[in-house]
Ligand binder design. Sequence first.
Ligand code: SME
Length: 192
Amino acid sequence: MLWSNDFLLSTAMTQPVMAHTIAIMSFTVQQSTGSKAAQYDELIAQARSLLSDETDRIANAANFSALVYHTLPDLNWSGFYFFDGVELVVGPFQGKPACVRIALGKGVCGTAAQTRLTQVVQDVHAFPGHIACDSASQSEVVVPLVAKDGSLAGVWDVDSPSVGRFDADDAKGMEALCQVFMELAWEPRASA
Ligand code: SME
């Protein structure tokens, strides 16, 4: 079986189709309720499991976004902006349709990309130049994604409809999560 993490994924049905066997997966995620440290520990283990058998970046970015969105409480957007060599371009995400292109240095995402520092914004209305893609967003955390060779891959952006949703523990947890993404979904790997 391709995916075998019992606590995260279960095989709902396996049926033979012509000469092939297709595994139809059902995906089970539960919203975390423990301490933030426990929530991120669990998420990191789940992300590692979810990404480890797949090498396609888009597939992994999409599933990573969905995992975080449906596991952490009080979010209204989670997703990627990838750097195309000139600016940030929206990648796989969960939530409402978002601004497509963000210049380096602009908004929270462009600031994280340019400074290469995680941005924790308690109140987006107090952040000069904040780009409002979804008017429901009140707070935000953005982690820069930097490859091993030092190049900018993009940013990981998570929004909440609550002011003050994210703190230093979230920054630390999101950075650890992003390390898993970069290791398993971005850096070249031997075939899975
Ligand atoms: N608020 C971000 C833009 C991206 S959306 O939140 C999805 C920013 O200021 O860069």
